[in-house]
Design a protein. Structure first.
Length: 185
């Protein structure tokens, strides 16, 4: 009887050790993953027709990743050149041109721990379709809504981001229409 009791205790200890090892593994895995959460002031487009036109471009150009945040930079009208540069023997940008708006994907995993201070670098956001868009407010196009959007994401310090780096350059024509100048996807 005593021998059977010792076997039960040994079995329970072995099970306890397995549970402890699994919990330790989960804890160590959780340590390499961290979560960021903050709020940004939300802006909206002043011209709703311009917003609708930009949203239609975003739906096509960034549709394969509908929930990825985007960075949007507004330039002075016709104020920035996209120049070709050598990329493995081929020019990545095929021509020089001028553009008003630059939109590109923002993958939090790609930037790693540098995203920990993202709330200190960002000033505002707007929403286009399903995308939250990080913007530097330009009063020619955007106005503050008085609302805030919660930005929340987590990433694994050890993971490699297999993410696309899509980018599109637009010109604003006739005050609220948009024209794709260059699309890199």
């Amino acid at each position: 009887m005593e021998n059977k009791s010792n076997m039960n205790i040994a079995g329970k200890l072995r099970a306890f050790h397995w549970v402890l090892l699994v919990m330790l593994g989960v804890a160590l895995t959780a340590c390499s993953r961290h979560h960021i959460s903050f709020k940004l002031d939300e802006y909206e487009f002043i011209d709703q027709e311009l917003k609708k036109n930009i949203e239609s471009v975003v739906a096509v150009e960034f549709g394969k990743e509908p929930d990825v945040p985007l960075d949007i930079y507004f330039r002075d009208p016709n104020g920035m050149e996209v120049s070709p540069y050598d990329y493995g023997g081929k020019a990545k940008y095929s021509r020089e041109t001028k553009y008003d708006i630059q939109i590109f994907t923002h993958h939090h995993e790609y930037y790693g721990r540098s995203e920990d201070g993202l709330q200190e670098r960002l000033r505002a956001c707007c929403v286009l379709g399903n995308h939250i868009c990080y913007v530097y407010p330009d009063d020619r196009y955007l106005r503050k809504t008085g609302q805030q959007q919660k930005v929340s994401f987590s990433h694994d310090d050890n993971a490699m981001c297999a993410c696309s780096e899509d980018e599109v350059f637009l010109n604003i024509v006739n005050h609220n229409e948009v024209q794709i100048v260059q699309s890199l996807r």
